[in-house]
Design a protein around this ligand. Structure first.
Ligand code: PLP
Length: 379
């Protein structure tokens, strides 16, 4: 029985009727761009997240670009961020003409290590961009403390963390701006591209609304260079359905993660992720990914062998952002991030994943770990 890395069919089948009705409603009223469902979704999402303003855009990447720009990031500014993320994080900074400055991660959480921030701050630093990677919130208390001390903005990359909390607060409601993605495989995934900007600041919210519509508040009265970046009404309608079941879906991910924790704890040659109970701050993890480490340089072979047994896995990310061609001349040395890139392996996880699929993953991972460990001992 092959096990994919992710499968959206259980969710779609469970709510087939509701999705159908929601989409048909949009077809009937015909307001396909920024229609009533987008506004309703923005309101419901803002309520859920505990923020004043939520602005729907085209993608998570655009949420970052527009959010950074609305927060005041300009060409020549520096934005401190994590090397261990999807390229959209640094790309959005560079696309604004600003410079990403990478600081190393905490090897236990895979998130930006706040104690590395101070040394990276210069006169040009304008903002900090933490990523709540794999659905685990970054250390926001320490990040906010430094940001306040140096008068910096904080933009949270929440692409993987819709519904995760830090000290009881939703991610995206802690910094100045939050940027969410509705890419179909994310925890709150649409039926196509989509994104959301959150903020408690009225001026930032107004600017985001202008920027997503060619720099205009009133049609054909364009005030500045903007973008064409709106959330489609059909996506708004789909996301309204999805949001209703988000807590249930995230709970299912947590239960699967708990089974993995229990089954894979203490296996030689393999490290399970930091569990929420061992995490230094009260956080909830929504397991966008359940990411283990395969030690001793065995990751790629391990992954290949799992594939042969029918188990698909992911490597997020094989190359840290600072090592990608457009930044590699800067010669960063960030050992925790480099090591993570060579060891991480994300296991299959999705809401509605059957117990049989979970068992299959657990038994194949355990068997392979035992085999490669005994081989290592022999050598
Ligand atoms: C997915 C993702 C993005 C980009 O979101 P898109 O909707 O695909 O543009 C940005 N940052 C992180 C960490 C992501 O995982």
């Amino acid at each position: 029985m092959p096990v994919p890395l992710f499968d959206s069919t259980p969710d779609i089948e469970a709510h087939w009727q509701e999705y159908n009705q929601a989409i048909q409603k949009v077809m009937k009223h015909g307001q396909f761009i920024l229609g009533p469902e987008v506004e309703e979704f923005e309101q419901k999402a803002a309520e859920y997240l505990g923020v004043k303003y939520a602005i729907g855009v085209n993608s998570g990447t655009d949420a970052l670009v527009i959010g950074l720009r609305a927060a005041g990031v300009k060409p020549g500014d520096e934005v401190i961020t994590t090397p261990f993320s999807f390229f959209a994080t640094a790309e959005s900074i560079s696309n604004l003409g600003a410079t990403p400055v990478f600081v190393d991660i905490d090897p236990t959480t895979f998130n930006l290590q706040p104690s590395n921030l101070q040394q990276a701050i210069t006169e040009k630093t304008k903002a900090i961009l933490p990523v709540h990677l794999f659905g685990l919130p970054a250390e926001m208390d320490e990040i906010i403390e430094i940001a306040e001390k140096y008068d910096l903005k904080v933009i949270e990359d929440c692409a993987q963390s819709f519904g995760a909390t830090y000290n009881g607060q939703q991610t995206g409601s802690i910094g100045d701006v939050g940027a969410f993605s509705f890419f179909p495989t994310k925890n709150l995934g649409g039926f196509g591209d989509g994104g959301l900007i959150t903020t408690g600041d009225e001026e930032i919210a107004e600017l985001c609304k202008k920027l997503r519509a060619h720099g205009s508040k009133k049609k054909y009265h364009n005030e500045m260079l903007g973008y064409n970046s709106r959330l489609d009404t059909i996506q708004g309608a789909v996301l309204l359905v999805k949001l209703k079941y988000l807590d249930e879906a995230n709970q299912q991910r947590k239960e699967i993660a708990d089974r993995y924790f229990e089954a894979l704890n203490g296996i030689p040659g393999l490290r399970i992720p930091v569990s929420v109970t061992r995490h230094p701050s009260p956080v909830s993890h929504i397991y966008h990914q359940y990411t283990i480490r395969i030690l001793n340089g065995n990751r790629d072979q391990f992954r290949e062998q799992l594939k042969e047994k029918g188990i698909s896995t992911g490597v997020y990310y094989p190359v840290p952002q600072d090592q990608l061609p457009i930044y590699s001349d800067l010669n960063y040395e960030l050992p925790n991030s480099e090591r993570a890139a060579s060891e991480v392996l994300s296991l299959p996880i999705w809401p509605g994943m059957t117990r049989e699929h979970q068992d299959e993953v657990i038994s194949e991972v355990k068997e392979l770990a035992a085999e490669s460990y005994s081989k290592n001992i022999d050598n």
